[in-house]
Design a protein around this ligand. Structure first.
Ligand code: RB5
Length: 146
């Protein structure tokens, strides 16, 4: 199960990604927002992060205008490793090296085609573990102390 969420700024790209993933047969839950009314992105980041943790989901996807706000909000949640993606290499690395459980996109900075390519790169990658698991473990330990 993949959980998705956005504010009004990320709505357009989220809706396109929801359709794309449905066409691929991916099981998903769209956590909103569902219309263009102005809302606060931390509220939607919080819902998606809690769902990902509670359901032990593969990952979640967050969208806002730039992807910056949702990534900042998500990384405040204990247990979340959110990566703001900007190209296919970073998308691949976000999973192989950082084991990201949330990926973030900017609807005003990223076309659907770019987003689709990054999503495909992320979804086909696997966490490499080993030395990267040690480093990810240090991030999680630091987060728990805050
Ligand atoms: C909303 O206008 C915008 O600030 C938000 O979507 C996001 O880009 C914040 O980081």
């Amino acid at each position: 199960m993949i959980f998705l969420g956005s504010d009004h700024g990320g709505l357009e790209l989220k809706n396109k990604v929801v359709e794309y993933l449905k066409q691929k047969g991916v099981q998903l839950t769209d956590c909103g927002t569902y219309n263009g009314e102005s809302v606060d992105y931390p509220d939607f980041a919080s819902v998606v992060c809690q769902k990902v943790l509670e359901e032990n989901a593969e990952f979640g996807i967050l969208f806002c205008g730039t992807g910056i706000g949702v990534s900042m909000a998500a990384n405040k949640v204990n247990g979340i490793r959110a990566a703001l993606l900007c190209n296919t290499f970073s998308a691949q690395m976000a999973r192989e090296h950082n084991d990201a459980n949330i990926i973030c996109f900017g609807s005003r900075t990223t076309t659907f085609e770019q987003c689709r390519e990054m999503l495909d790169a992320f979804m086909s990658a696997k966490f490499e573990g080993g030395r990267h698991a040690v480093r990810v473990g240090k991030i999680m330990a630091a987060q728990e102390q805050n």
